[in-house]
Structure formats: C-alpha cells, structure tokens
Design a protein. Structure first.
Length: 742
C-alpha cells in the first residue's frame, strides 16, 4: 500500500505531499478502476470477475469389490506418480453406489486424476479430461479396459497406441523400437458385416482338389477356360465373416497352388476353430463376443496376424501352439487364455487386454508393449533376453524363469518373475513406482537406469543376484568402482531417479551359482557394500505401492510405515489491497485457506504490507480473536513478511493459523473472507468490472515484495487482467520473477 494510517495529521499531510493521488473515502469504485488501469496498463472489462476457478460436479461410482467403503480423491496430478499431488476434493463412497459432490479446481487445469482408495489403501486411478461441468467416473470390473486406457493416455505421444493403429497400421516398429512404413491390409469395421459367411460347407465344397485351401477356393483355375470361376459364397473371395452363433470346425488354409493371398481378412464374431491350419498372410479380426479356438500347432507367416477387440478371445487346448512369425502387427484388447504356447516372434505385439498362456515367446527382434495383464510360465530365456524389446505399462508375470531383453518399466508397473530373471547386455529403464520382483536376478553387463526426475523411485526386489559380469545401476561411468568386476552401484547420480534394492547383499553369487564371500578370495562383496547406498526391506519400508491391476500385490501395501492417503489439500490464496488508490503489490494482507479434514478450514494469516490497522473477517465474524493483523503476527509498526528484514521497516514472523468450521458446499471463489480497513471499511473480493483490490489466487501463492506491483512480479498477470473471457494467461500465477516475490 502507499498510504499510512497515522495518528498525526501533520504526518498524514507530509505523506500525501510525498505520494501523489492520496485520497479518502470520497473516491468511488469507478475512480479506483480507472486508477488500476493506469497502474496496470490495461483496460478492465465490464465482465472481468477475476475468477480463476471452475466449479464441477463429480458423479463417481465405485464397484471394485474390494471393500464396502472407499475414499475417493481428486488430484491435479496422478498420485501414483506424484505423492505431492494437490487434493481438490475428498469424499467417502460406498461400494456399488453413486456419490455426487461439488468441488472447485483452477480454471487452468484441464485434466484431473481421480483415485479410489479402499481401507487398505489399495487404489485405482483414472485420468479424466475436463469437458463441461460434470465429471463422471466409474471404477469397477465393467470398466477395467477404460481404466487401462486412462493409464495409456499418459503415454499417447510415446508408447500407447489404439485399436485403429493396429487394425489399419501405416507404421510398425523394428527391433530397436524405431518406426518404419509398412504395407498392410486395410480393414473397415463396417464393411466386415457384409463379408460372405465362412462356413464348414464352404471349406469342404468350395475348395479345389479337396485340400481345404481358401486361396484355391477363391481362385480355382480352369486351364481350359483361362479365367476365374465365381467366388464361393460371393464377395471378392478374400474377406470372410463368422457371424455370432456360427461355429467353424473344418480345417482350412490360406495358401495354395495358385498363389499366396496376403490380404485375406477373416472377421470372427462366432467361434472359429484352428487345428493345424497354415495361414500365410491373413488378418484374423476377433470381434466382440467372438472366439478363436486353437487345437494343435497353427502357423501364421508372411504378414499373417491377429487383432482381438474388446470382449473377443483366443482360447485353446492344453499344449496348443500359435506361431505368428515374420513381423505381423498383432493386437489384443480382449482375452487370450490357454495352456499352450503363443509365439509372436518378430512381431509388433500390443496388449491392453489379458493374456494367460504357458509359454510366451517374443524373440527375433520382437517388440512387445503391455498395457494390460500378461501371465506366462516362461519364455525361452536367453534368446528373449538378448533379442526382445519390452515396454511394460501395467502387469507382467512369469511364474518360472524368463529372459527379459531390453525393458522399459513405465510408471506404476510391475514385473514378477518367480524363478531366474535373465538380463543380458542391455539397459533397463525404470520409471516412478515401478517394481521388478524376481526370485533370482541374473545380470550380464546390465544397466538399470532411473528417470531424469530425482523424486522418482523404483524398486528391484530379489532373493539372490547372479553376476555374470559387470552390472551398473544409475552409475556414472567415471565412478571409482567401474574397473571392478561385478560392480553394483545403486545411488542417485547426475540427477537421476533413485532405484531401491530389496536384497540382502550376502546373497551374492557368480554366474555359476557359487556364493561369493569374503573368505573365498573375491573382493566383489566389499565393493558391493561400499558402493550401494539404497537398501530397503518391504517389511519396514516407508515406500509403499498400492496393490492393483497394474501393480499386482503392490509393495508393502498394508503396513511397514504410516498409512496415509497421499497428497496435500489445495491451498487458496486471498490477496488484499487496503485502499481505493492502491499500488497493487497485493500484499497488504495475504490470507491462505486450506481444508482440514472433512469439516474444517485452516485460515492462515501470512503477511501484512500495510501500516493501516487492518482486521480479517469471515462473514460477520472477526478472525484471529478480533485482533489487528500486526498484533496477530507480532510486529506492530512494521511491514511483516514482505521485504528484507535487514531494513528496520521490515520484520519476519511466523504465519498464524486459525481453524474454523467449513461452510457447507465450500467454494473458494465465493468464500466470504474480507478485511476491514479505515479507508474503505469492507474490502471484499473484486466483482465484475472492479479493480483487483482483492483477488483469490489458486495455490500456495508467492506474493510480491513490498512496493512491487503485481505486473512486475507476475508478468503474465497483465494479459489475464486485460482479457475478461479468461482465455489468456489463465495460469499467470505460476510464472513469477523470483527476485520480486516473497
């Protein structure tokens, strides 16, 4: 402020002479608005209401069958990735029932994350884009695919892909994860229903020479006539449909004497049996409710591939084998479940559904992306560990041994290997809250790397480590231990995220399985102990990862430390000027409001950059015991928490908090908090067309230093103030000049 409240009229006269524009209560709101426009250099529109919030109605249903009551929390960021996420609402929900409540968020926020916690703090999180004023969220079995898509949406520019990308792909990935153009059959869902029916009768009677080969059925050649015969079943002979309620049991092949047809498409909404079929080039699309049943060994080659839509399935007999070779682009959003082998060698295979097989192979440079649930007994170990590239965005499990290959573990993902997890000469990347859990970890010149965010934590849990050669974790190659064999370094280097080890370092072995001790001549054990600074144990760890679809059993989900719902309740900052003719440093009084539990508000007096005697009110109730703000903060006659305390005019004091009952349906923008000033008795939040003599700012805001206009401390504020539509610089308060804020 630029005016002082002084008892001496002479001092007041001197001040008015020194500061131009010193006026009294005779000034009107119009005068104040005009003055603000001059100070800020903007025109304040008649509909500028200074509202930086959006009021939403949440409609949330939880049907997870985990508990009877849940806590649903709305965050600004995903709490699985950011434990400091801001909480904008927290309510109790009951299993199977719809919960409706209102809450506010900053208008600049375009997406929120909604978490449902059960009593053990197991959680499911969905990301929801803000569209309109109603936020509808459903947690439950019927929406598991949608829940996974919400996770995938965080990676749309990197790893995530859609059904359409695989139904009609224009690009695929090579064995280094790079994309290259491909030529693939174009498939239109609507057209599929017009395909002629594929039936046992067509297979038996419509093929030449009795060999059940569809290409022969389509292109039966008559040497005498020199032309094609009519296509069996009609259509173009390359597209077939197994309708719902139809079952095809006859063995057929896509190949034949008269040429390979690479663009055959078979759309299945009924049941299609494969029993020793040779499938050279076709695309099998399994629609909703459709099922492909495997018997024996079936081979897809050339560009042959499968695409399974949601609620479609591939099943099979025990021991059934499905080989998809040579890089066909495969996709599963449904269910693949049989006690046999799935071999997607060299394929770009994307799973956002469920896979349960005995053997899952992905060698020959295969690229496997998992945003669903994948479970197998094993793969072929070393070959997969050398050749495959795996991106895991959810849950993967091998109950016995497995070769892993080049691995990226995305946020909140888990890999469980019950036996030996074999890593060979590759870099593994672990993002926040990811877990690799193995019986034995086998490493051969392997690097485990965290992210660039030092706040990210990942966990490697194992009972034993077999060192085939060197192993590095987040290691600076200039580290003094780099020339030691079997080096293990688990520390934060060069700002990288931290990887924690849940492992007793006495369980250290050579690649042959010989235990390494200080008594048998190895120096390695002492090197490991000297270099490793990040040990944890699941029983006592303060790091916990909730159990869930993608996190499996989680990591210490129910104990070993405090059980809290992560995040910090939102803070709303209220900044006041104390006079009509303000200097707009917005620090004469700053009060912050934060929810405290379900029924209270913490009101915190942060500073006063005024020499007037000022009082803070909520509605008609004086706060802080009705005391004047300087007395509340404990430094009468000073500017408090607005400048350098080496100047005798300034003082530094702790903020003071008072707790009040939270009003029903609390809305930070309409919350009636105000200050009483001797010049303008009630200074309330600015309304439409008024100067910003008092505004509510989202967040734990840093106010400008004394005599620093807000436009200098926050350069983007001018653009926001000038645009009454609120389409410009909506997050102006996140861009400050650090030297000009307190």
């Amino acid at each position: 402020m630029i005016k002082k409240y002084l008892k001496s009229s002479m001092a007041l006269l001197a001040l008015c002479t020194m500061v131009a524009g010193c006026k009294d209560d005779s000034y009107t709101q119009a005068d104040a608005t005009k003055h603000a426009e001059q100070v800020l250099g903007v025109t304040i529109g008649s509909t500028q209401d200074w509202n930086m919030t959006t009021r939403l109605t949440a409609s949330i249903t939880v049907n997870l069958d985990l508990d009877q009551k849940y806590t649903v929390v709305i965050y600004d960021e995903n709490p699985l990735f950011n434990k400091n996420a801001i909480i904008y609402a927290q309510e109790t929900a009951e299993e199977g029932k719809n919960t409706v409540f209102n809450f506010s968020i900053p208008s600049a926020l375009k997406r929120v994350y909604v978490a449902a916690y059960d009593s053990k703090l197991r959680s499911v999180v969905q990301s929801v884009n803000i569209s309109g004023n109603v936020l509808k969220v459903y947690f439950g079995e019927a929406e598991t695919a949608a829940s996974r898509r919400a996770i995938e949406s965080d990676y749309t520019d990197s790893y995530a892909r859609s059904f359409e990308n695989y139904l009609n792909p224009t690009k695929a990935r090579n064995n280094m994860g790079q994309e290259w153009d491909v030529t693939t059959t174009q498939v239109n869902i609507g057209d599929m229903y017009t395909y002629p029916a594929l039936t046992d009768d067509l297979i038996v009677n419509g093929t030449s020479n009795g060999n059940h080969t569809l290409t022969d059925a389509v292109y039966k050649w008559s040497a005498e006539r020199g032309n094609y015969t009519e296509f069996p079943g009609g259509g173009d002979g390359k597209h077939f449909y197994v309708p719902s309620g139809t079952e095809v049991t006859e063995v057929f092949h896509v190949n034949g004497t008269y040429g390979i047809i690479n663009d055959v498409v078979i759309f299945v909404e009924g049941k299609l049996h494969l029993n020793g079929n040779t499938l050279n080039g076709p695309t099998i699309v399994v629609g909703s409710g459709g099922e492909v049943v495997l018997h024996g060994t079936n081979n897809m080659s050339n560009t042959g591939r499968f695409v399974v839509m949601g609620e479609g399935s591939i099943t099979g007999d025990d021991g059934a084998v499905y080989n998809v070779n040579n890089g066909g682009l495969c996709y599963n959003a449904g269910t693949i479940r049989y006690n046999g082998e799935l071999n997607v060698n060299g394929s770009d295979f994307y799973n956002c559904g469920s896979i349960t097989v005995d053997v899952l192979r992905n060698t020959a440079g295969g690229f496997f992306t998992n945003f669903g649930k994948t479970k197998a007994r094993t793969n072929i170990n070393a070959a997969d560990s050398y050749n495959s590239i795996v991106v895991n965005g959810c849950y993967m499990q091998y109950t016995e041994n497995a070769g892993i290959g080049t691995l990226t573990m995305l946020d909140n993902s888990r890999l469980d290997v019950g036996g030996i997890a074999e890593f060979n000469q590759s870099t593994q990347t672990l993002y926040n809250n990811s877990v690799i859990n193995t019986g034995i970890l086998y490493v051969n010149s392997t690097t485990f790397m965290g992210t660039d965010n030092p706040k990210d934590n990942a966990i490697i849990k194992t009972s034993k480590i077999y060192f085939a050669d060197e192993m590095y974790i987040n290691q600076n190659k200039n580290d003094k231990y780099q020339n030691e064999r079997w080096t293990w370094v688990a520390r934060k280097i060069d700002g990288k995220g931290t990887i924690y080890l849940d492992w007793n370092d006495v369980e250290t072995y050579t690649k042959e399985g010989t235990k390494i001790t200080d008594d048998n001549g190895y120096t390695m054990l002492s090197v490991v102990r000297a270099a490793n600074y990040n040990y944890i144990s699941e029983k006592t760890s303060a790091i916990r990862i909730p159990a869930g679809e993608c996190t499996g059993a989680g990591y210490n989900p129910g104990g070993g430390g405090s059980q809290i719902i992560v995040g910090t309740p939102a803070v709303w900052s209220y900044a006041f000027e104390d006079s009509w003719m303000a200097d707009y440093d917005m620090n004469d009084v700053v009060v912050k409001v934060q929810e405290n539990g379900s029924d209270k508000l913490n009101i915190t007096l942060c500073c006063t950059g005024a020499t007037y005697n000022l009082f803070v009110y909520y509605n008609t109730t004086p706060l802080f015991g009705g005391r004047e703000v300087h007395k509340v903060l404990g430094a009468e006659g000073k500017f408090i928490n607005t400048g350098d305390p080496s100047n005798e005019k300034f003082a530094v004091r702790d903020a003071v908090t008072e707790t009040i009952k939270k009003p029903a349906n609390f809305d930070p923008f309409t919350f009636d908090i105000w200050i009483k000033s001797p010049e303008k008795s009630q200074i309330k939040l600015a309304e439409q067309g008024e100067d910003p003599h008092a505004i509510m700012v989202p967040g734990d805001w840093k106010w400008p230093t004394e005599w620093t206009p807000i436009k200098e401390a926050y350069p983007d504020f001018v653009g926001f103030a000038a645009d009454e539509t609120h389409n410009t610089n909506t997050d102006w308060y996140n861009n400050c000049v650090e030297s000009k804020v307190y």
